[in-house]
Design a protein around this ligand. Sequence first.
Ligand code: PXG
Length: 457
Amino acid sequence: MYKLIPLETEQLQEIDSHHHLHPFTDSKVLHEVGSRIITRADGIYIWDNDGNRIIDGMAGLWCVNIGYGREELAEAASRQMRELPYYNTFFQTSHPPVIELSKRLSTITPRNFNHVFLTNSGSEANDTVIRMVRLYWATVGKPGRSTIISRHNSYHGSTIGAASLGGMAYMHAQGGLPIPGIEHIRQPYWYQESNGMDPDEFGLAAAGALEEKILEIGEDKVAAFIAEPIQGAGGVIVPPDSYWPEISRICKKYEILFVADEVICGFGRTGQWFGTDFYDLDPDLMVIAKGLSSGYIPIAGAVLSDAVASVLIDDGGEFAHGFTYSGHPVACAVANENIRILEEEKIVERVRESTGPYFQRRLRELEDHPLVGEVRGVGLIAGIELVEDKRTRKLFDAELNIGIKCRNISTRRGLVMRAIGDSMVLSPPLITTRSQIDDIIRIAFETLDETVSVLKS
Ligand code: PXG
């Protein structure tokens, strides 16, 4: 019974639905439809248990940046497991893989970032940030600065702290979130929320909400502002050009720490190493996960600017925080190998100079499709928003579940797209070639056409 392979798909689905609770899933519905069982992967492709090959247009969950099947990562893990499978980094100990990773990160992050605190997930890294920024302000003698401002429809993770930072109303509705000390402002979602303003005007207005909130709370009570350079799970919300410069101005004016959540944007997604580089941001802390190991193994972290690090190191005393697996040697060895590959194969440069612009150009062809209201994105991340009326930008009745229908058609046609409401989202591995991008666009077109016929029937 413990050896499952090979079992028929239906048998696997049966066992899965009897014993496994899935994240962000209605278990009763899943029980009826059965889970899709993925058994192997290579490059940009995944295979299900019935032998169907599917392009993974989402790189797993926005994370398999170097693509599947890289032997070097498996080798690095196996070598490290033999050498030193576990040791902790508490009590004044360390080990070579974590030392190498810390050094490597300091070379690829912005110049003033030279220290990392490692965790297992982006959620834990964001919880770490909450405690870290509060310790920072207490250390500089301003313990009253404890409120953190975030944005509606942002995603920062699922632990209680991270889900509170996030601005997902349906998550807050479960379990009494957000926790105290976290406030939310509007998001820079020009396409649906600009009310006739042009993008620059709207960008300034959306950023202005930060200043209003700071004044409402009192600047001496605000610790930090946290944001994703581009909101991922919120539907790939790309802010207007005027947004980030204005946010930076406001954070500096009121001396608010700015935390860039780079969990999705980091490690080449935009064609730069970090979203921070793409938008020329000047954060005080950065949160990293996903592409740090290309999803091959769980690892994440909070990266600190020198200014923040020096306060915490010189005067903060013991940071009473950490995880059994902070800086896990096997995870660090895999992340080191992943970064080596990203660097040596110039994968980030390729996205910046070739495949990113090509992907964005080809995607814009979808804007002529009757279902498509807006295509937005940079590098290898994009959202395709489906609307009932292109002129008024009116969305479809939510009960029609157009996004989910479109997603299911796409998967059947051989392309994983993620539906976020009625925005179809793509975030393929960074090794996707131009001809594979052509395949993605072709299937996306066919999928949209089939979605129209399903709507009509
Ligand atoms: N910050 C951001 C910006 C994220 O996208 C996290 C933090 C949390 O990371 P962990 O490792 O704790 O999951 C994320 C995660 C989706 C989806 O449906 C997105 C994420 C996770 C799960 C689902 O798009 N992003």
